[in-house]
Structures are given as C-alpha cells and as structure tokens.
Design a protein around this ligand. Structure first.
Ligand code: 1HN
Length: 364
C-alpha cells in the first residue's frame, strides 16, 4: 500500500472541486460517502426537524370524517381513520418524526375487527357515546375525554353499541408509536381468529384491581412495561384539575398540568408515550417553553391560543373544543386562554428520558 503523504498544500487543495466530485463518484460505487460533506447536518447545534407546527380545526375535519363513514365500513377499512399527517412529513403517516396520530370514526352498529401489533396505541375520545373497546378480554366504554390504552401485542377490537342509523358516530384520537417501531424495524402484527375477541373479564375489573391506589399483593405486570390500567376516565382527571386550579399554585408555563401514570411504577402509561392533561385558568398567559419531545394536543374544553416560535418564524393557532395541534421538538411554545380550557397531550418523552437526552427550557 502507498502511504506517501500528499504533497499538495492545503491552500491548493481547496479549489479541487472537480477532483473531489470524481473521488465521491468513485467511492459511491463502493457504498461509501464522505463524512465531511454531511457532518454539520448530522450533529446540528440544536434540533432541526422537518416536523412543522400544524393545526387541525375540528369544524374543518369533522365533515370529512362523516363523509368517510358513507364511503367505507369500519369492517372493510379495518380501522376507519383519517391520519393527521404533518405537512412537513407527507407520505410518512407521521405527525412527528416518532409518532402517528389519526382520528377514528365508528358508526352505530359497527365493529372494527380484532387484531394485535407490537405498536402501542392510545385512544383519546373526542365525541360521541356508545362505543367500547376490548383489550385482552376486557371491555371498556369510551366516553368523551377518556384516555384509553392498547398495550403492545394485546388483541383489541372496537364497537359501537348504538342503534344503527339513529345514534351518532363516535370519534377518537389514536396515538401510536408507529414511526418509532418502523425506525427500529420491530413491527409485527396479526389478526384475531374471530372478528371480535371473546369477553372473558367483567367490565371495570382492571380499574378495581389496579386503579384504586392499590395493587394485588403478589402483583405481576399483566402487560409488561405498559400500565395495567387501560382506561383513565375523564371524570376523575377533570375533578382533580378543577380542584387544583382552585386550591393550588398555578404554574407560569403549564397552568395546572398532570401526567398520567402507570400506577405500579410511577412512570408513563406506555413505554414509548407519555400523556398529559392540563387546565389553563381563565386569563392565563403562559410563559414560553421548549422541550425536545414534540407533542400532540387535543383540546377537550374551553378555548385559547398557542403561539409557536422557531428560528424567527411564528405560528399562532386559536383553538376550541376538539381541535388538534402539534408543537414540534425544540419549538418555543406559549399557551394562553381568556376563558380557561382543558388540554390533553401526548409525546415520546419516556424514550428521551430512557436515553438520557430529554431537555426542557422554561424561558421567561
Ligand atoms: C390500529 O390498530 C388502530 O386499533 C388505530 O384502533 C390506528 C393505525 C395503524 C396501525 C394500526 C386501532 C392504527 C392501528
């Protein structure tokens, strides 16, 4: 091998672009590429994301959800969902680089058939009554504001018990870690043997067993790293936030913000996704903050606005009930509400934390 050092000076090397192009072409044929052309993009000084701030007004979205109900049955669609696709990530079924979100609609009398997959899912009920979801042999009713979990690799199916062509459809937000599992090439799925799984447990048994601030004496986690509770009813969350708003300090950035927990660990309900509910009191003008976990919001009650700033650009979304929006990683966000509001949100924070890379800045 020739190890003779180059004789050209650095100054003369700099104008050598044709020689470099030739060199890049030569090594490309051997599946190699020069780091120095991409280094700055690989380790940017702060997060640069293709994910954009985005807003879905429910008044715009709802007519399309209802139209989809006339075009295809839940059974044929398997899941009748309109994906909330980030405008910066079109074609990738992603709302952020790591998360999927969509609005699912089920009409009275319909069934969404049983299957399971390694992707974890959350449901956040947006409107309607009469739907249920079954997870691992237990059914739970879906009411507006309820947060419901489908743990990784558990059979799940949904249904609407209302009267066909009489009762209103039910709509919920689905949040899944699909892009993350795609990144890890760890996706598996299979259909159930029956359209609907057999209900083998009484309704509510999980919350009795695991949801009363108690656990069975010899507790073993039924769903691995996922919470043993798969329904977190809005009623309890709402009451807690209301009382806290009245009697406790209001955080200058978040208002009153609680995180949902796996009661057995104190950690997030799912290993890949954290979920939150917050209340902004009437007249709240939040201070700006940014965090590495991009977050998806579903407005539950009331109205307000979010202003998002990044690299000199500003987006402002005026939101009301059932609107959805996304705050991308390391974008500075400020929440405001004149009349007060309640916001559900989810993000991939547990993964950032597990990797020791989570950062948050609360600015003044
Ligand atoms: C899924 O299983 C559901 O179970 C919703 O409701 C959305 C998106 C992609 C893959 C599986 C559900 C989904 C999904």
């Amino acid at each position: 091998m020739d190890i003779t050092p180059p004789t050209q000076s650095v100054a003369s090397l700099e104008g050598n672009s044709a020689a470099r192009k030739n060199f890049y072409n030569a090594i490309a044929a051997h599946s190699m590429t020069p780091l120095w052309e991409v280094l700055h993009g690989l380790v940017p000084p702060s997060p640069t994301t293709p994910c954009q701030p985005a807003f879905w007004k429910y008044a715009d979205v709802r007519p399309y959800l209802m139209q989809s109900g006339q075009l295809i049955t839940a059974e044929e669609a398997v899941r009748r969902v309109l994906i909330l696709e980030n405008p910066g990530l079109r074609g990738q079924s992603s709302i952020t680089q790591s998360l999927y979100a969509g609005l699912q609609v089920i009409m009275a009398g319909e069934i969404a058939p049983s299957h399971r997959h390694t992707q974890s899912a959350l449901r956040f009920v947006v409107e309607g009554h009469g739907a249920y979801t079954s997870v691992d042999g237990e059914r739970t009713q879906m009411k507006p504001g309820d947060f419901i979990i489908t743990p990784s690799w558990t059979f799940h199916d949904h249904g609407h018990q209302g009267q066909v062509q009489v009762d209103a459809p039910v709509v919920w937000l689905d949040g899944l870690d699909i892009p993350m599992l795609r990144f890890f090439d760890a996706g598996f799925a299979e259909n159930g043997t029956a359209r609907q799984q057999e209900v083998t447990k009484p309704e509510g048994i999980s919350s009795q067993r695991y949801g009363a601030n108690m656990l069975p004496v010899r507790y073993t986690p039924p769903f691995g790293k996922t919470s043993p509770i798969f329904s977190y009813p809005y009623e309890r969350t709402r009451d807690a936030l209301h009382e806290l708003e009245t009697h406790a300090d209001i955080d200058a950035w978040d208002g009153v913000k609680l995180r949902y927990v796996n009661p057995a660990t104190g950690g997030s309900p799912m290993p890949t996704m954290a979920t939150f509910m917050q209340r902004l009191p009437a007249g709240f003008a939040g201070k700006p903050y940014r965090q590495t976990d991009g977050a998806v919001f579903s407005v539950v009650e009331g109205s307000g606005s979010v202003s998002i700033e990044h690299k000199g650009k500003v987006w402002t979304f005026e939101f009301g009930p059932r609107d959805h929006f996304v705050i991308p990683s390391w974008h500075t966000a400020q929440l405001q509400s004149t009349q007060g509001c309640v916001l559900f949100s989810f993000s991939d924070r547990p993964v950032h934390q597990a990797l020791g890379i989570h950062r948050e800045e609360r600015l003044s």
